[in-house]
Design a protein around this ligand. Structure first.
Ligand code: NI
Length: 170
């Protein structure tokens, strides 16, 4: 098992479009396992391979309270959407920043599991939001892209300042 490095905005690697996984082999199983370990270590609930510099369509999640229900989605795709809601989101690639993002309330989606089986499922609430957020990652899109220009400018300033003038780490 190994921890992977999570890219932070504005790293250009986050803008790459991930490729379809054509063969679910041992390397994909290892990637999914390492992604889960990385996600748990950083206390995230979802992680897309794009965020760890691997341009493949692999997503992991654990939406359970007890952090004991890992899920792996290969080549996830949204099939239908219904309704519009808004929930507060954060992202391991935009640390310390949270804001409301409009998302479809209910979706149906499909994915492959580690055995290559194609599965279609409905989703609502947190799973629907997380699936939309992670599939956006695979397409090079971040949740902050949905915010107003003003809010994004403020965020860029804040991040620019943090990079020029890092707080002491004690
Ligand atoms: Ni994210």
């Amino acid at each position: 098992m190994s921890l992977l490095t999570v890219l932070h905005y504005p790293d250009p690697g986050l803008r790459k479009r991930a490729q379809t996984v054509t063969s679910i082999d041992e390397s994909i199983r290892i990637l999914a396992r390492d992604m889960l370990e990385t996600m748990y270590a950083q206390r995230g609930i979802g992680l897309a391979a794009t965020q760890v510099s691997i341009p493949l369509r692999v997503v992991v999640m654990d939406l359970s309270e007890d952090r004991n229900a890992p899920q792996i989605f290969i080549n996830p795709e949204i099939l239908t959407t219904e309704g519009i809601g808004e929930g507060e989101e954060g992202c391991l690639s935009v640390p310390g920043f949270f804001d409301k993002v409009p998302r479809a309330q209910r979706i149906t989606f499909q994915y492959q599991d580690l055995d290559g089986r194609l599965i279609a499922a409905p989703a609502e609430a947190l799973l629907a939001i997380c699936m939309q957020h992670e599939i956006d990652h695979l397409n090079g899109k971040l949740f902050i892209d949905y915010l107003s220009r003003l809010k994004r400018q403020r965020l860029r300033k804040k991040i620019g300042k943090a990079e020029r003038d890092p707080a002491p780490v004690l």
